[in-house]
Structures are given as structure tokens and as C-alpha cells.
Design a binder for this molecule. Sequence first.
Ligand code: PEP
Ligand code: MG
Length: 325
Amino acid sequence: RQAQYAALRDKPCVTKDGQPVELMINAGLVIDLPHIDDTGSAGIGLFRTELQFMVGQSLPRSSDQLALYRTVLDAAGSKPVTFRTLDIGGDKALPYMETVVEENPALGWRAIRLGLDRPGLLRGQIRALLRAGGGRALKIMFPMISEVAEFDQAKAIVERELTYLRQHGHALPERIDVGTMVEVPALLYQFDELLKKVDFVSVGSNDLFQFMFAVDRGNPKVSERFDTMSAPILRALRDIVRKAQEAKKTASLCGEMASKPLGALALIALGYRSLSLSATAHGPVKAMILDLDAKKAEAVIMPLLDAPAGSVSIRQKLTEFAEAE
Ligand code: PEP
Ligand code: MG
């Protein structure tokens, strides 16, 4: 199997009916970087910057942050990297930071909320990202945005830091794309306004599904209670990609769903052409894509989304379709 996937490395990632799919990997540490090349991926679709903060004994200095971001961009070369700003707090607590005891950490003071309330940390990180991106293209993405106004505030920090670096004579990125994760359901009801402001979005399906179904992703008693191939989820995912296409913005997906061949198949059938997944899933998912007729998959999935609740198992129908392909 491994050898079989390695043989796919240099093949263009295109479906049988000629639709290119951008397959990227998720990463967070230096040890992940060789996978950019050994998988033949299109780049890093999600770089989880919090990992550097979680593995250390103290807050990484700005020079350490800058060094890591430069190393990542150097390793990626001409391939794009989407850096997600710190997603800490809640269950991703930093041992050396004050801990706030929260009854519902997933719904708590985390990610961009903490970043906006304590802007020193976020500013420093954004400055390091902008400096690392000097003379190259840079993509910055915010986690857990739940209102358009939060995106505005976070983006204003990017602008402010750009002004600062310009005034201090630093080389600026040649191009900056600023986007957001889509992982809070409320964002779906502000999506048109959001799309006017962002350069791209990436669906964080792990959190989005946990919040849609009110099911703790870390609690095995309930985490399997819903089906990722069910109509409520697939309809939401369809609406996201449709609206993004209409607004001419890229919608990618970087949660676990993309790492499963059947999940990736469903996403491509819904219209997604950009996925970011764990490096180990790259081979199996690419093999599926090279063998997939995307138009046929679309024709199978779309009517199922509107079937009366409980009348059909979408998972079963898609599995049958995948086996017949
Ligand atoms: C997600 O929520 O789907 C996601 C990719 O982010 P994380 O798993 O880091 O919360
Ligand atoms: Mg998340």
C-alpha cells in the first residue's frame, strides 16, 4: 500500500473527469515539514501554531516564533502555507499560563476570544508571521470566529502590525490573504457579510459538527452519536461551498472529515476543490480522487440531501457508489 501511495506522489491530483483538487496537509511542528514533499501535497492548508506554545515550558519568544514560521515557509518553498493564529485556551491549556477553570472549555475563553481580549499575544504572533512572510506570499487564518465583528478586529491587528513594520523598514509580504475558520454555526447565518471581507475560509469540521450537534468531540460516550454523512451536516457544507463559490472565495475544509476517503468523496461531490488533511491520509485520499468521477458523485449526492428525513442512508448510498467506481 505504502509503495502504491508513494507512486501517486508526482501525479497531478485530478479526478477521473478532469477536476483538479488541491490536496494539502495539516501540520504544526518542524517534524511535520518533510511530509509536504514526501506526500507531494499542494502545501499546508492548516498550520496549527499553538503546538509550538504547547510543547514548550514557557511562552515562545518572538524570535522563536519568527524562526519557526521562517523554517515552515522555507520548507514549503513555492507552495502555500495557511498559518492559523493561536487556538489555545479551553482544553488546549498552556501549563505556564494562568488557568481559568471553566465548566465548558470548548465554549469558553479560547482561540480568537483570548487573542482579542489579550491582544499583546496575538499582535506579537502576527508581527512574527508578517516578518517571516517578508518578500513572499502569506496566509493568515483566525480560529473560532463567531461574529463578523471579531474578524474585523482581528484583521485590524494585521493592518496595524503591517503599518508598524512598514514604518520600521521591514520587508513586507508580497501578498497577504486573511481568512477564517468556519467552526461556529452562528457564522453560517452571517456568511454573506463574512464572505465580502475574507480572502478565504476553511471549515473546521471537528468543531463545527461538535457545535451543530451539541456533542463533545472529546467524549467517547457521545462523540459517535451523529453521522458526518447525514443531511444536516452535508446541507450545511453544501451551502458553505456554494456561497463561497458565488463570492469567488475559496472554501477549503481542514477537519478530520477530509482525512477519510468517504468523507473526502462527499466533500468533492458537494463542490469542495481544496482539502487539508493529515499527512498519513494524503495517499489514500489521493488514490480515491484519481479514481473518482466527480460529476457522477455530485449527481448521486445532491438528490439525497433533499430526501425526506430517515428515508435513506446517505452513508450507505455513498459507500455503494464508491465501491462501484
Ligand atoms: C477543526 O475544528 O476541525 C479544526 C481543524 O481545528 P482543531 O481540530 O485544531 O480544533
Ligand atoms: Mg477547531
